[in-house]
Design a binder for this molecule. Structure first.
Ligand SMILES: [Zn+2]
Ligand SMILES: [Zn+2]
Length: 411
């Protein structure tokens, strides 16, 4: 069943752009075409993109594969005549035992708990649309969409790959059944999200349009339903979110979080994130030290991935958001389209910085051979995870529409 059968868009539809706030009339879009905002070039969902059946089947597959991925060993490391196994929850346990409780909770949430909750909710929403059950699906999908940036199963998988290559210098590493299931679950989840975009799911949920034609239309920031401005602060008829013209205190909240991000970026990169004890000698290593180790081992592609994700991405986020805050304060009209695109990019890439945090949790679980070779996480890892979470919160709390309002150019 394609979305065209679930919901047929009317000939022309009033749409409020989530990135620049411009309310515009969207003409009928031919199949396989994607309309974009006339002002900021944000792509809107195509009329009949995606298939509920395929997305539902892939999401159910991902959820079913995640169970063995959590219960079976991800990898085995044989070194010094001893074999150690790593399960999905082992990293959380290792961090907890080393006294890094909050880091352990962060890894548990992003790698195990939230992927299960997200996929479970997604199955309920897609199943509900497929079988015509309407009860509270809008509210359920609002929670699902809010969880999406914090579900880091694919980031965890890359963390596993980096850990795998680093462990190869210590002993023989084998991928376990859980590792293959995790790979398959991730592929299924990514394919499901490629098959069906978020806006198409909103389009399939009623009401498709505001019940009465809005005189002064504003759009719900979650599901983009057009509602009359007089109903601001009431609950959205589709997703239940509180209707607001703009995110409250967007500038002040983002500014506070960006400053906190800068303050934590220094200890995150200067303090060691892990230390390896070999034959009684401690070798602390920073984020950049880890990149250097990958280069000396000749693993250039991995070194580039880790350097980009851990060093460059947090800096792009902090500098990018700073630039947006300053230019909004100066009421500048310059590069509005470019800045909006940059905001979209920053909001999407934030989660990838967590590769190193996941890698440390896996190494902390596997590299435990007593005085021969043992790995302990170090305080830098805490600061680093805090930078990732705080910069993600900063980009989430920013509202790109405020940039367009500032020069007084909002339509
Ligand atoms: Zn726009
Ligand atoms: Zn809504």
């Amino acid at each position: 069943m394609s979305l065209r059968q679930v919901y047929q868009r009317p000939a022309a539809e009033l749409i409020g752009c989530a990135d620049c706030g411009l309310v515009q009339l969207l003409p009928p879009v031919p199949p396989d075409a994607i309309a974009e905002c006339v002002r900021c070039k944000r792509p809107f969902a195509a009329p009949a993109r995606g298939s509920i059946d395929t997305a539902l089947a892939l999401t159910v597959t991902a959820l079913l594969l995640l169970l063995p991925a959590a219960l079976l060993p991800l990898m085995r490391l044989t070194s010094f005549g001893v074999q150690r196994r790593d399960w999905l929850p082992s990293g959380t346990e290792a961090l907890w035992n080393d006294g890094y409780d909050s880091l352990s909770v962060v890894v548990f949430l992003f790698s195990i708990a939230l992927p299960f909750v997200y996929l479970g909710l997604m199955v309920c929403v897609l199943g509900g649309i497929r079988f015509g059950i309407d009860a509270r699906l809008g509210k359920l999908f609002r929670w699902t969409a809010a969880l999406r940036p914090w579900v880091m199963i694919e980031v965890y998988l890359v963390g596993c790959c980096v850990a795998y290559t680093r462990l190869e210098s210590v002993g023989t590493v084998n991928v376990g059944a859980g590792g293959w299931c995790l790979l398959a679950a991730t592929l299924a989840a990514v394919l499901a999200s490629l098959k069906l975009d978020e806006q198409s799911v909103w389009d399939a949920l009623p009401p498709h349009q505001s019940l009465s034609a809005p005189k002064l239309p504003i759009s719900c920031e979650t599901c983009e339903l057009m509602i009359d401005a007089a109903r601001e602060h009431s609950a959205c008829a589709r997703c239940g979110a509180r209707i607001r013209r703009r995110k409250p205190d967007a500038i002040r909240r983002t500014l506070a979080l960006v400053i906190a991000g800068y303050l934590l970026y220094l200890p995150a990169n200067l303090l060691p994130v892990l230390s390896i004890e070999r034959f009684g000698r401690d070798q602390p290593s920073t984020i950049l030290g880890g990149v250097h180790e990958l280069i000396t081992a000749g693993l250039w592609p991995l070194a580039i991935i880790v350097f980009t994700a851990s060093v460059v991405v947090p800096l792009i986020k902090l500098f990018g958001l700073s630039l947006m805050l300053v230019m909004t304060r100066l009421r500048s009209r310059r590069w509005l389209v470019g800045r909006t695109r940059m905001y979209r990019f920053i909001d999407r890439i934030g989660r990838w910085s967590n590769i190193d945090v996941f890698m440390i949790s896996i190494l902390a679980a596997l590299l435990q051979f007593g005085t021969l070779t043992s790995l302990r996480p170090q305080p830098g890892a805490m600061a680093f995870a805090a930078v990732v979470v705080i910069t993600m919160l900063a980009s989430r709390s920013f509202d790109a529409r405020v940039m367009w309002d500032a020069p007084g150019s909002a339509a």
